[in-house]
Design a protein. Structure first.
Length: 319
């Protein structure tokens, strides 16, 4: 009989050649509204961080906290809260937070009462990718009335934007001045989607959260996939990039030529254990993917990364 998936599981330590600048880093991947496994991973992080005290311990959120799962609002509140178990809490922006904020008119380039093409497109993209339920969750939490017509996108947008103000959720304030795109500790870069090795890294990661890809998704750190996932050492030799955005099962099937047994049943802890032991959510080619595909697999993945070693912490529930 396998382990109880609702209780976070911890793999054995695995060696790696990267420096973390002597930081003890606890990174959590895409949550997508899956509160229970998120809380289980975070509670385990706190216990592990407590072994050495908060000094030198960082909690890094890789973004995509909202959408698709059933409890976006609850997850967002935890994401925004301070946590005394860690010296620093770093909140990175995912493409789902980006779509929501652009669609609700929170870009610093927004003109009050006027939504430009990019903002309208971002809103449609958000609502079509799990944002509708998240918007309703926000509106309800703020004590506002949910529009009777769930196809009335403009009213839904305006109520959700009002809800953020009522709830005093200041996501844009977290991401201004270049924050939200990435965090660097020693040889390790944390960012939502990844880096594009075809671009100058500093300029690529220096793009603001509100900037939209100019040509395709690979132009921005919140969206990039193929050129990053297919590259070996995309962050440069001797650099590790820790990311989310592309669920690890999809990354393995579409961008990885290794024989890693993706579970047929993510409700079977034994299959997940075999998948992790074979290299799922492991460092490959200078990358560590912590997107467990939570909305479809129920799996929320995280990692404890220290000087010369790391281990995976995961929890799940029925998706």
């Amino acid at each position: 009989m396998g382990a109880d998936m609702t209780v976070a599981q911890i793999t054995d330590w695995i060696e790696h050649p990267y420096s973390t600048g002597r930081r003890r880093i606890f990174a959590i991947g895409d949550v997508h509204g899956m509160r229970r496994p998120m809380e289980s991973v975070l509670e385990t992080f706190r216990e592990l961080a407590g072994e050495g005290g908060p000094e030198g311990a960082d909690l890094v959120w890789l973004g995509d906290v909202i959408d698709r799962g059933p409890e976006s609002m609850a997850c967002l509140q935890v994401y925004l809260a301070d946590d005394p178990a860690f010296e620093q809490v770093i909140r990175l922006c995912g493409n789902h937070e980006k779509m929501m904020l652009l669609g609700l008119g929170y870009s610093p380039k927004h003109r009050p009462g006027v939504f430009n093409f990019t903002e309208i497109y971002a809103l449609d993209l958000w609502l079509d990718n799990g944002g509708k339920a998240a918007a309703q969750d926000l509106i309800e939490a703020a004590g506002l009335s949910i529009p009777e017509d769930d196809e009335d996108c403009e009213t839904l947008r305006d109520r959700a934007a009002e809800a953020l103000k009522v709830l005093r959720i200041d996501l844009p304030g977290r991401f201004h001045d270049g924050e939200g795109s990435h965090y660097r500790a020693g040889d390790v870069i944390f960012t939502h989607g990844g880096v594009n090795p075809l671009f100058d890294q500093e300029r690529f990661l220096g793009q603001a959260w509100w900037q939209f890809p100019k040509r395709d998704e690979n132009d921005h750190w919140a969206w990039v996939r193929a050129p990053f996932l297919r590259a070996v050492d995309p962050g440069g030799e001797g650099t590790l990039v820790v990311h989310g955005h592309t669920p690890e099962p999809s990354a393995i099937k579409n961008f990885c030529d290794l024989e890693i047994p993706v579970p047929e049943d993510f409700g079977d802890p034994d299959q997940i254990a075999a998948y992790l032991e074979a290299g799922g959510h492991g460092i490959r080619g200078g990358k560590l993917n912590l997107d467990g595909g939570a909305p479809s697999t129920g799996l929320v993945a995280g990692a404890q990364i220290e000087e010369g070693r790391y281990r995976i912490i995961w929890a799940g529930e029925e998706a």
